[in-house]
Design a binder for this molecule. Sequence first.
Ligand code: PEP
Ligand code: MG
Length: 869
Amino acid sequence: MASTRFVYDFDEPSAGGRELLGGKGAGLAEMTQMGVPVPAGFTITTDACRAYMSNGKTLPDGLGEEIERHVSALQEKAGKRFGDANDPLLVSVRSGAAVSMPGMMDTILNLGLNDEAVQGLAGTTGNERFANDSYRRLIQMYGEVVDGIDGHGFEQELTDLKRARGVAQDVDLTADDLADLIETYKAIYNEETGRDFPQDAREQLTRAVRAVFDSWDSPRAQVYRRTYGIPDDLGTAVNVVQMVFGNKGDESGTGVAFTRDPSTGEQGLYGEFLPNAQGEDVVAGIRTPAPLAEMRGKLPHAFEQLLETMRRLEEHYRDMQDIEFTVEDQELYLLQTRSAKRTAAAAVKAAVDMVDEGLISREDAIARIDPAQLDQLLHPMLDPTAHWEVAAKGLNASPGAASGKIVLDADTAELRGKAGESVILVRWETTPDDIHGLIQAAGILTAHGGMTSHAAVVARGMGKPCVAGCDALSIDISARTITLGGQTLSEGDVLTIDGGTGAVIVGEVPLVAPQVNDDLETVLGWGDEHRRLRVRANADTPEDAAKAREFGAEGIGLCRTEHMFMAEERLPVVREMIMADGEEGRRKALDKLLPMQQGDFEAIFEAMAGLPVTIRLLDPPLHEFLPSLEQATDERMRRRIKQLQEANPMLGTRGCRLGLQWPEVYEMQVRAVIRAARAVEERTGEAPLVEIMHPLVAFEEELRRLRELTVHVAEQEAPEVEYLCGTMIELPRACVRADEIAAQADFFSFGTNDLTQTALGFSRDDAEGKFLTYYLEEGVLKKNPFETLDVSGVGDLMRIAVERGRATKPHLKLGICGEHGGEPKSVAFCHELGLDYVSCSPYRVPLARLAAAQAALAERGAAEYAASH
Ligand code: PEP
Ligand code: MG
C-alpha cells in the first residue's frame, strides 16, 4: 500500500483542494499554475497535521524525509541553499487552514538565518541593515511562536533602543543598531529557554512546522472556531515559501489589496501599501500604511503588474479577492489570495455588479451571499433626526451604529457583555487574543490600525460596528480613562460609534432600523423566483406587521396574543380575570378585554391586507400575568399565586390546557378575531385571511374540543367569515400522532422552541445559561439546538409529523414559527421537508427569503448533477 503523501510543491497538481492544502496553499498552487507571480514553495498537508494531532503531537513517519526532498527541490529552483553561509535560502513558514481564520494561527518569517547566513545575506544584497533587520525579526518571531516567549520583552528592547538613538521609526535604526539588537534578542532567547538560538536551519524548520501545527490548538483558535462553527478536526496545512523581501530598500515594499471595496462593494483601488517593509508590519499595525494609490507614483512597474494581476484573479475566481503582495526590487510577488471577507452590503453590491459585468450568473449571485450576514444590513443606524456632536473621527471600518459603556479590555467586555450590558470595547489596537471580548462587545473603537487591521477585519466578519484608527483617542489604562478630542471619559461612561461614517460621539444617540437597500431587493427578487417556501413573519403589533411587509413577508405565521394581555392598561383587567372566583367573574373581565383584542386584530389584519394572518390563542401559564409572591400586596392575591404555582410551569397549565379548562378565555379571543375580520371586510371591502391556531396540543381530543369551540363561536358571531382552524405542533406526541391530529386541523405550524425543549428535555428558560454553555464549549453539542434546528432529533420528529399529517390530509398546510424559521440551515431543512412556509422575526425575513432560494437552487443543482451522471 502506498503511504500517504504529505507534501506538494506549488507547481504540482493535487486532487485534494483546500481541504488538503488549506486555503492559502490551494491559492498559492492555483496561482502558480495560472502563471501569476508567486514565490516558490511547498505545502505540508492538513493530513499531516491531523496525523500529528492523533499521534500525540509527533510528526508522522516519513514526513521528515518528504520535507527534505522538497527543500532540495526548492533549493534547485531558487539557486540558493538552505542554511548557506554565503547566499542563504530563506523561507517563511505559514499556517493555512481550509477555512480562513484571520490572525488566529502562527507565521514565522526569515527562517534559515543564523549568525553566518546573516553575513551572507548582507553580502549578496549589499544591504547589511536589511540583513540584520531580517535576523532580529526571526529571533523574535521564532522565540514567540516556537518557544512561547512573551513578545513584550523584545518590543521593549526595540522601543528602548529607538529612544536611546533618538529616532522615532524602526527604519531609522542603523545596521549597527540592529546588530546590537540581535545580541540583546539572543540573550533574551537564551534567558527564556535556557538554550542558544538554534543555528541549524533544518532544526529551525522542523520546530517551526510543529509550532504551526500546535497553533491549531491554541486557545484563541479554539474560541474562533467555536464562534464560527468550524470543526476542530480540520487541522491546518503549513506553507513553506521562499522569502521575498519588501524591506530591501525603496524599490521594495509590501501591501494588501482588495479587488473591490470590502465595505461597500464599489469598484476601485482599495488597499494599503508600505514602502520598504515586510508584511507583518501592515497586518500588525506597527506602521501606519499609505493608501494603495500612492504605490502608483513610487513603484509604477509593480503597480501596473498588480492591477493586471488583480483583474486576472477576479476573472479566474469569479469572486472578489483579498490579496497580500510584496515587491522586491520592483518585482511583484503575490503571497496570498482568498475570497475577500466583506460586509453584507459589499457582498450584495459586488454580486449584483458581477452579474451586470457578465462575470457570474444570477443563480451564482444568490448562492454567494451568506444569509447569516444579511443581519448586518439590518443593523441600527444613528437616528438622522437626533442631534449629536462628533467628538472625534476614525476610519469607518465596519458599518452599523452602537451605543454602550466604555470598557478597556477584552475580559471586562466579555464579563459585562455576557451580563447583558451593551459595551463598546475601546483599545489602542486589538489582537487575536481579544477575540472573546470582541464577541461580546456591541461595538469596537481603536486608536490605531487601518481598515485591514485585526479589529476592522474581525468586526466586519461579525457584522459589528467598528471605528478604527481614531487618532484623537488616547487611553490611560492605569487610570482606566480615555481622552477623546480633549474630553476625558472613564470606563463605564457611555459612548456611541457609527461604523458607517467613523464618527465617535460622547453619550447615547437614539438609533433607527435601516431600510432594505436596492441591491439587496434585486438579489432577493431574483431569489424569489426560485424559492418554494413562502416566508411569513412573527408579529404581534401593526408596526411589526408593517415592517415585516416592507421586508417582503408574505403573511404573519405567528401572532402571539399574550403580549396584548401584558399592555399596561390591560394588565389590571387580566388580573381581575385571573383573580375572579368563578366563570361569571372571569367573563365580566373578559368582556372588557374583548373590544381591546378586537382593535388589535383589526389593525393587524389591515396592515397585512391580502395576506394570511395566524393568530395564536393564549399560551403562557397564568402566573406570568401576576406579580411575584414577594411583590403581591394583598392576601387574596398571594393565595391565588400559591394556587397557581407549579414546579414546571412550562410543562404545566398553559396552552390548550388552559383553553380547555377556562373555555371563556378562548371564546373571547375567537370572538374578537371573527368580529375584527368582519369589521375589516366591511371597512375595506377585502376579507382578511384568518387562521386561528391552538397551542400545545398533544392529543386529537384536545383539538377536537377546541375546534368545536372555535366553530361554535364563529357561527354565533358571523357565519359568513371564512377562517382556518389549526394547531401548533410543538410536543413530541403531537408529531407522532399527527395522523389523528390532522383530522381536526386545517394547518400545522411547528413550534420548534417548545418542540426542542420537550424532545431534548432541555428547559428553554434555563439550558442556555447553564449546562448548554458547557456542552457547546466542550463540543458535546456542535450547535445550540435552540438556534439551529437539531435536524437528526427534532427534525426527525418533524418529518414523522409531515408524513403522518399529510397521510391523513394530503394538502394539509404546513409551516414553522419557532425561532428556527429565521435560521439559514434550519430554513434549508424546512425546504427539504416540504413545508409550505417559514415564519420568523421581521428583521430576519430577507435572510429567510434568501436561505429558501438557496435551498431551492441547491436542490435543483443536485438534481441536475444526478441527471448528468
Ligand atoms: C414555539 O414553541 O416554537 C413557538 C413558536 O411558540 P412560543 O415560543 O411562543 O412558545
Ligand atoms: Mg410554543
